[in-house]
Ligand binder design. Structure first.
Ligand code: CMX
Ligand code: CO
Length: 134
């Protein structure tokens, strides 16, 4: 299993417009991509930083993963996403190692990428997303 790079770092926010305005004011950066991903219950904005991205995430509903996270912990770091070449092989490997998966099969995420989440209780309280770009 090879982690190619950090595809993005996900940050949960209450208000996407307000967060983007602050990124612009403080760092003069703008989103290259915005998308509502109904299947994940989020509206997301991708800001390119070097070879990677910051993914700002605002919930579409209170009972969505990001909605629950905000209620429990407030705004902040939500997940780290690693790019992998073969997501099926990566999931098969983690399954063999007894790692607790959230997604047994890849789903379609933002930008049409195939994604899968690994439970934060599996490794240092960190929610991990695997991404295979199209
Ligand atoms: N990072 C670290 N820990 C987290 C977490 C996160 N993002 N989200 C929840 N947890 C912890 C909680 O604090 C809680 O810990 P304790 O038991 O110690 O209190 C535990 O996990 C269970 O949390 P919960 O509030 O009961 O939430 P659920 O179990 O219902 O859901 C999770 C947690 C990770 C399974 C769910 O958020 C999930 O399925 N996430 C994957 C999908 C997702 O996050 N989509 C949005 C991003 C989309 C994208 O990147 O494109
Ligand atoms: Co993500």
């Amino acid at each position: 299993m090879l982690l190619i790079n950090i595809d993005h770092v996900g940050i949960a926010v209450h208000d996407l417009e307000a967060a983007l305005a602050e990124y612009d004011r403080q760092y003069r950066v703008h989103p290259m991509h915005r998308e509502v991903v109904e299947s994940q219950g989020v509206e997301e904005a991708m800001i390119a930083v070097g070879g990677s991205h910051i993914q700002l995430l605002a919930p579409l509903a209170e009972d969505s993963p990001v909605g629950k996270f905000l209620e429990k912990r407030g705004e902040g770091l939500h997940h780290i996403a690693y790019a992998v070449a073969d997501i099926e092989a990566a999931l098969a490997h983690l399954r063999t190692e007894g790692v607790r998966l959230i997604d047994e099969e890849p789903r379609i995420g933002g930008g049409g990428a195939r994604i899968a989440f690994v439970h934060p209780k599996s490794l240092a309280g960190t929610l991990i997303e695997l991404v295979e770009s199209p």
